[in-house]
Design a protein around this ligand. Structure first.
Ligand code: 0X9
Ligand code: CA
Ligand code: CA
Ligand code: ZN
Length: 315
C-alpha cells in the first residue's frame, strides 16, 4: 500500500474498483475492458467513454495512457481524473457532454501495474521505474517500457543496452507484454484502413513539460514528419502548455530517446501523440513522490489541455 499520509493515491486494486464503479454507474457512456495482461498477470484496464459506449461509432477516437513508469503515481490519478470528469460530469456539463457524444475516449490508467505495485511494497517507496519482467540471460529485472516501442527501437543511442540500466530498451522491441498489449490495441483501431485514434497523451512525471516527437533525433523534421506536421505538433503543444503553465518543446530538446511511445504512435500511425511531464517542476528523487495533497490541484491543472487534445481529434 502507499506510505502513511499518501493513502489518497490509488493502488492498482483501488484504481480497478474506480473503473468498475464508473462503468457500473454510467453504463450507457462507459465500458470497462482490458487490452491484455501484464507480466505478472494483472489486467491492463481500458475504459471507453462515449455515448453508446458499447458500439463502435464513427467518431474520432482519443487515447490517454498513464503509469508507463512505475513510480509516477500522480499520472494514474490524472487518468482517474479524466474518467471522473467525463463520466460524472456528463449529465450536468454541456461541454463535457458534447466531447463525450462526439468522440470515443479511451483511458488506460495503468500501463505498468506490476511496476507501480512493486513500487509501494511494504508501504515504502522503492524508487522503481521499469517493468518487473526478469531479463532473459541476466540477473536484472525490468525493462524501461518507454524505450521498448517498435519504432526506431535502439536506433540512436537514446536507450541503454545494459539490462540493469534505468533506460534499458529490453531484449527486443515489444519484449514487454505491457507495451505489446497497448500497441496491439492501437493497431486494432485501424478500421477500413484508417487509424481511428487521432490524438494521444502519455502522462509522466516530472518537470512540467509538454513534449512531442520525434525523440530519436534532434532534427525538427525527418522521415514521416514534415515541416507542416512538426508545426502542428508545436502549435497544439504550445496551446496546451499555455493552459497549464508547462514548458512546450520537442522531446529530443530534453534528451534523445529511442523507442518511446510518441515516436511509435506518430511514426507508425500518425497519431498526434504527446508526453506530459506533470508536477513538480524541479526535484530530485522526491519529485516522483509529491504528497497526496497535491493530487486535486495538479490533475485539474490539465483539464483544459485535455479538452484541447480531445477537440483536436476532429481536425
Ligand atoms: O525518459 C522518459 O521516458 C520520459 N521522462 S521520465 O522522467 N518520465 O522518464 C520522457 C520521454 C520523452 N521523450 C524524450 N525525451 N525523447
Ligand atoms: Ca459514441
Ligand atoms: Ca469508432
Ligand atoms: Zn516517465
Amino acid at each position: 500500500d502507499f506510505p502513511p499520509g499518501d493513502e489518497a493515491y490509488h493502488t492498482y486494486a483501488e484504481t480497478t474498483a474506480e473503473l468498475q464503479k464508473a462503468a457500473k454507474d454510467h453504463g450507457d457512456i462507459a465500458t470497462l475492458s482490458s487490452v491484455g495482461k501484464s507480466h505478472e498477470g494483472r489486467e491492463l484496464n481500458l475504459l471507453k467513454i462515449s455515448d453508446n459506449a458499447g458500439t463502435d461509432e464513427n467518431e474520432p477516437e482519443v487515447l490517454f495512457t498513464c503509469n508507463q513508469h512505475a513510480r509516477e503515481h500522480l499520472t494514474t490519478e490524472m487518468c482517474l481524473r479524466i474518467v471522473q470528469r467525463f463520466t460524472s460530469g456528463y449529465a450536468t456539463d454541456a461541454a463535457i457532454k458534447k466531447m463525450v457524444d462526439e468522440h470515443e475516449i479511451y483511458v488506460i490508467p495503468n500501463v505498468n501495474p506490476d511496476g507501480s505495485e512493486y513500487d509501494i511494497t511494504g508501504g515504502e517507496y522503492q524508487g522503481w521505474r521499469k517493468t518487473r519482467k526478469p531479463v532473459p540471460g541476466s540477473s536484472a529485472i525490468g525493462t524501461d517500457p518507454n524505450r521498448n516501442w517498435d519504432y526506431k527501437w535502439n536506433c540512436c543511442g537514446g536507450s541503454s543496452n545494459s539490462p540493469s540500466a534505468e533506460d534499458y530498451h529490453g531484449p527486443s522491441a515489444f519484449s514487454e507484454p505491457e507495451t505489446k498489449a497497448v500497441a496491439d490495441f492501437v493497431d486494432s483501431r485501424v478500421v477500413g484502413g484508417a487509424q481511428q485514434i487521432k490524438t494521444h497523451i502519455d502522462f509522466h512525471t516530472f518537470s512540467e513539460l509538454v513534449l512531442w516527437p520525434y525523440g530519436y533525433t534532434k532534427a525538427d523534421t525527418d522521415t514521416g514528419l514534415s515541416e507542416e506536421e512538426a508545426k502542428r505538433f508545436a502549435d497544439v503543444g504550445k496551446q496546451m502548455a499555455a493552459t497549464n503553465g508547462y514548458t512546450p518543446e520537442q522531446s529530443s530538446d530534453l534528451y534523445v530517446t529511442d523507442g518511446d511511445v510518441n515516436d511509435w504512435a506518430w511514426g507508425k500511425h500518425k497519431i498526434l501523440s504527446y508526453t506530459f511531464e506533470m508536477y513538480p517542476k524541479d526535484g530530485g528523487i522526491d519529485g516522483f513522490y509529491p504528497p497526496a495533497s497535491v493530487i486535486p490541484e495538479q490533475t485539474a491543472r490539465n483539464d483544459k489541455a485535455v479538452d484541447i487534445l480531445i477537440n483536436e481529434a476532429k481536425a
